[in-house]
Ligand binder design. Structure first.
Ligand code: KE4
Length: 425
């Protein structure tokens, strides 16, 4: 009773949809999800003893691949001293020092246990600091399952076709203004209409929950200027892109400084984690110093901190980003050239170790563009790759991740499988 099919049957009796996170359910690509019993390097071993080259990388955290020996060693060293103390521990200080060093816009940081907690608290903090209620988010951006942000959300919400979740009171939704990403006119209109009522703008600077979309020239700078002019808090949700696209995230890459940043994934080395940080003036509004409350039993958990510290140090001490960029470009080149030769309309935006195959004639610059890409072709591509040992994210709205554990052999093999899958379409 331990193969994927049996496990899924048992899971469905007790866990809604048989999954603890909807995007794992394969609802948009079809078919039944597989279960994984172990993972090593770039490889997942399923409950059916099938080995897969993994491009999901547990949705971002596994930038050094799975079961990395140095991260594992860090966790077991911490484990010898216990799992959770309910008091502060030395790892939390080292983690804060690392984050502040790697992301200069973060002057102070607070650890939490998920990306959702990070964005949820950043919003509350911005509202408490500005004493304003309205926030702006962008259609298709996903910031975790926060009530005020599950409006026109991306990732699993979009995959399941319900970007507006049930259970959110209209009174909450009214405080959230949703704009189209990359539309500077819409931004200007919103600020001229609501200007000094807007507490915060939150966005994924490179939206990666509608696939992978890049800002038009000047778009982020324009947003930065409007927030400054209106004393609105600019929040970059870098839960996914932080430490992924560069050590300092998108903000380092594009040279735009947000007021607050939400972080997660990589800083936990695969264990539950989130963090948010930014200007001292804003962060000091947080309890116990200020009136904005936030708390967490397991925040700064020593095991997660030890794993995250090892993960960040590995990024600082190796030439990870050079290798990751090279592998990202190799995958993009292979897919684009094969699709061109086969006459298949395909876009493959790529940045560092993130890429996303869109079956589309034209470049994807907005949520509408992403929605209109060819879902059937993506699903065929997904399943053909999976049948041949390559696991891509089970939704056309998710980004693919490469890790430093994807040795050249795995990348070459994956490119062969993906290009063959393209031709098969
Ligand atoms: P978590 O609460 O899932 O740790 O983080 C939420 C979150 C916040 N911000 C961004 C930009 C994110 O991408 C996420 C979570 N990412 C999804 C994958 N696109 C997690 C996968 C899942 O929901 O199972």
């Amino acid at each position: 009773m331990t193969n994927s099919q049996d496990l899924f049957e048992r899971a469905k009796q007790l866990i809604p949809g048989g999954v603890n996170s909807p995007v794992r359910a394969f609802r948009s690509v079809g078919g039944a999800p597989f279960f994984v019993k172990r993972a090593d390097g770039a490889t997942l071993t399923t409950a059916d003893d099938k080995e897969l080259i993994d491009f999901v990388c547990t949705w971002g955290p596994a930038i050094h691949g799975h079961n990395n020996p140095i991260i594992k060693e860090a966790i077991s060293k911490a484990l010898e001293k216990g799992t959770s103390f309910g008091t502060s521990n030395p790892y939390e200080v080292e983690m804060a020092e690392l984050i502040v060093k790697m992301v200069p816009s973060v002057e102070k940081v607070r650890m939490v246990n998920s990306g959702t907690e990070a964005t949820m608290t950043a919003i509350r903090l911005a509202r408490g600091y500005t004493k304003r209620n309205k926030i702006i988010k962008f259609a298709g951006c996903y910031h975790g399952h926060v009530d005020s942000l599950l409006i026109k959300a991306g990732s699993g919400a979009l995959t399941l076709g319900n970007p507006d979740s049930a259970g959110i009171p209209e009174s909450f939704a009214q405080e959230t203004i949703v704009l189209a990403y990359n539309d500077s006119e819409a931004l200007k209109d919103a600020f001229s209409k609501f200007g000094h009522d807007i507490a915060a703008v939150i966005l994924e600077p490179f939206p990666a929950n509608i696939g992978l979309i890049f800002p038009k020239d000047g778009y982020l700078q324009n947003l930065r200027d409007l927030c400054t002019q209106n004393e609105t808090v600019l929040i970059f949700d870098e839960v996914m892109t932080g430490f992924r696209v560069t050590a300092g995230g998108v903000q380092e890459k594009v040279g735009i400084t947000p007021d607050l940043t939400a972080l997660g994934k990589i800083i936990g080395g695969g264990l539950p984690v989130g963090a948010f940080g930014g200007k001292t003036e804003i962060m000091d509004c947080l309890a116990p110093l200020g009136p904005v409350y936030q708390a967490g039993t397991l925040s700064g958990n020593p095991l997660a901190m030890a794993a995250g510290i090892a993960s960040l140090k590995l990024l600082l001490e190796t030439d990870a980003y050079t290798r990751l960029e090279k592998m990202g470009q190799q995958v993009q080149d292979a897919l684009v050239s094969t699709a061109k030769a086969a006459g298949i309309p395909l876009q493959v935006p790529q940045v560092a170790s993130m890429f996303c195959p869109y079956f589309s004639e034209k470049p994807v610059e907005s949520l509408d563009d992403a929605v209109s890409t060819n879902t059937d072709r993506f699903n065929k591509f997904f399943h053909t790759c999976l049948e041949n040992g390559v696991y891509l994210p089970p939704s056309k709205y998710e980004a693919n991740f490469i890790s430093t554990a994807h040795e050249q052999g795995a990348i070459d093999q994956a490119c062969d499988v993906m290009t063959a899958a393209l031709k098969a379409i």
